[in-house]
Design a protein around this ligand. Structure first.
Ligand code: PEP
Length: 254
């Protein structure tokens, strides 16, 4: 992939429709002079079309928070990769730990979603992986990351210039207000990179993959993460809900 850093805002289900549109407008205005890097916002499903209109002509990309693994059919309540593209999305988050926790998503589902997204042109999956606190404190993180990558990506064909973003999100850090130590993130990103190299080859990993960190990043702690090896950007939850805070995070990274 290119060397541009990417910062993605995950707004979860934290805003109503009006708040979502106001935040999209503020962020578009704040970032109008953005010269480098890539920024994307992921609002809730029902705001996508309106946010796409707001972002049109600006520098901010649009992403969704989930996707279904079939392109069309009798799947009540689901949204296909093609529909997301029609709505203006360039990115989609897959396998967020909150979906694994509250909606029982497992790696079979995540695997199918990644494959479905890669079948559609111009939609980039942001695949979330990360250990929980129990796995962390019993020293199983490295294996968990390896295993999650295998389950999510084994047998996935990455062709041409298709892109995949891996988001390392230690579950215990998400929404906690405290990010992990940057050195720990650097170590985890190295495990991810080496596993991907093993699965896809170094050249493909360098060209087609990005590895980003997510978990309680804010304007104060972000500086510790700047310049880390194998860190291509950030997935930001809480701190992306305020245009000024998000701007400070982005400015520190770019
Ligand atoms: C997330 O849920 O993807 C996330 C990074 O959230 P927060 O920044 O609030 O920890």
């Amino acid at each position: 992939m290119d060397n541009e850093k990417i910062i993605i805002a995950n707004w979860k289900m934290k805003l109503n429709l009006q708040e979502t549109l106001e935040l999209a407008k503020s962020i578009k205005a704040k970032f109008k002079d953005l010269k480098k890097g890539e920024i994307a916002v992921c609002p809730n499903f029902i705001s996508l079309l309106e946010v796409a209109k707001i972002l049109k002509g600006g520098k901010i990309g649009l992403g969704a928070q989930d996707v279904f693994w079939e392109q069309k059919g009798a799947y009540t309540g689901e949204i296909s990769p093609g529909l997301l593209v029609e709505a203006g999305c360039k990115y989609v988050i897959i396998g967020h730990s909150e979906r694994r926790k509250f909606l029982m998503e497992n790696y079979e589902i995540i695997h199918k979603e990644i494959k479905a997204v890669l079948q559609v042109e111009d939609l980039i999956p942001i695949v979330c992986i990360g250990e929980n606190w129990d796995e962390r404190k019993t020293d199983r993180r490295d294996y968990v990351l390896y295993d999650q990558l295998q389950q999510a990506l084994s047998g996935v064909d990455v062709v041409g210039d298709q892109k995949i973003i891996l988001a390392y999100e230690p579950i215990w850090a998400i929404g906690s207000g405290t990010a992990i130590e940057p050195s720990e993130a650097e170590y985890a990103h190295k495990i991810i990179k080496l596993t991907l190299n093993n699965m896809f080859g170094m050249e493909m990993v360098n060209n087609n993959f990005k590895i980003i960190y997510g978990g309680s990043i804010n304007p104060k702690n972000v500086k510790g993460f700047v310049g880390l090896e194998n860190l291509d950007g950030m997935l930001v939850g809480g701190a992306s809900l305020d245009a000024d805070e998000f701007y400070s995070v982005v400015k520190a990274v770019l």
